[in-house]
Design a protein around this ligand. Structure first.
Ligand code: 13P
Ligand code: SF4
Length: 360
């Protein structure tokens, strides 16, 4: 399928948030019919999705998946998708999937002109901070995060004024404004390493009070908190996990460290989304329960045959704003562009780059 520029089809169509059209002329909407060509081109993708998408639904999804895969080549775009994307995105159109840290690192490595960030806004901002010369698009600008919304740059400045000399580490789930005010960034993959990297007795780890408490439980460093929480992970309870164990005594429970500490204490393992996936692939438990966002188990199930997933989960309404049809529109109309003030981006880049360099 070749998708070509069609000025007639585009008259008056410059959606809000679109990149300047002289740089990237918008393209005509492709024909989304389920043809033989589409069926053949998408057959290997369906193989990975058949455990989760009924065959009867495939003809409705495949043409959009195919069109996105054609268009991303025409735009020289790379699709970076977080592990919480739905399986049609994760297995169907993503070039790179991963946790927040992996996606941040990939943003520094790609040669593509355009990054389409399938995740939430702070992830797209992080990509823009690390790749200021690239065009970074997010399919829905409203894809936010309760953690990122819990704190502002002004809050961090006030915190520093009241606590001079104490390093301030920001979880990656924050705005560029907040990152610009902090000493270093971290993700759930490397939070403990970052906390201990300062070699001091006390640090702030903001804004997730549960991640901070979970890290604090693993180190002698006193980890000071901000009162933020992930609206998805804070809803899990330790009692719920104990009840599941009564019903399924052989189940292995793995949890994300954005869950409250008493939930993490009930789990057999806790780690970032990538570490949770690795844990299942390495340990191949007979039955596993992922205490995190719903799409995780759906995505990893096709890569771990023989593992039975028991699926208590909470949906992230922000992640779920990203859909195939919005990704298609992103590529057609080059929207919505993520822009970060260059002065703020420069300061935020120092915090993010320090974290990446620490990993090396
Ligand atoms: P990680 O993928 O880094 O574990 O983060 C989870 C999360 O909630 C991102 O919003
Ligand atoms: Fe934010 Fe939680 Fe959604 Fe991740 S899962 S984007 S931390 S609200």
């Amino acid at each position: 399928m070749t998708i070509t520029t069609s000025p007639a089809a585009l008259a008056g169509a410059t959606p809000a948030g679109a990149v300047a059209l002289d740089r990237y002329p918008p393209l005509a909407r492709p024909d989304l019919t389920y043809t033989h060509e589409v069926a053949e081109a998408t057959a290997p993708i369906y193989e990975k999705l058949k455990h989760i998408i009924p065959a009867i639904e495939w003809p409705a999804l495949a043409p959009t998946i195919h069109a996105i895969n054609v268009l991303k080549k025409e735009r020289n775009a790379v699709i970076l998708a977080h592990n919480y994307m739905t399986p049609d995105i994760y297995h169907g159109v993503a070039d790179i999937v991963g946790d927040s840290l992996q996606l941040a690192i990939e943003a520094t490595r790609t040669d593509a002109d355009v990054i389409v960030q399938c995740g939430v806004h702070f992830m797209a901002e992080t990509s823009k901070i690390l790749s200021p010369d690239k065009t970074v698009l997010i399919p829905d600008m409203k894809a936010g995060c309760s953690l990122a919304e819990s704190i502002t740059g002004a809050d961090v400045r006030a915190l520093r004024e009241r606590n001079p000399g104490i390093p301030i580490i920001t979880y990656v789930n924050t705005s560029a404004d907040v990152k610009a005010e902090c000493d270093i960034c971290c993700t759930s993959s490397n939070a403990l390493q970052v906390v201990e990297s300062f070699g001091v007795d006390r640090v702030f780890l903001i804004p997730d009070k549960y991640l901070a408490a979970n890290v604090g439980n693993k180190t002698d460093v006193e980890v000071l908190v901000w009162d933020g929480a992930c609206e998805v992970h804070e809803r899990f309870t330790a009692q719920e996990l104990r009840d599941y164990r009564k019903i399924e005594p052989n189940v292995q429970i793995i949890a994300h460290p954005e869950c409250p500490p008493e939930v993490v204490a009930e789990a057999d393992f806790a780690g970032s989304t990538a570490h949770m996936i690795d844990w299942v692939k390495t340990n191949k438990p007979e039955k596993v329960m992922m205490i995190t966002e719903c799409s995780m188990a759906d995505n990893v199930a096709s890569e771990t045959p023989g593992v039975d997933y028991i699926r208590p989960c909470n949906l992230c309404p922000h992640m779920k704003r990203i859909t195939l049809s919005k990704i298609l529109d992103s590529l057609l109309y080059m929207k919505e562009e993520v822009v970060v003030d260059p002065v703020i981006a420069e300061k935020a880049r120092v915090a993010v780059q320090r974290m990446i360099d620490l990993k090396k």
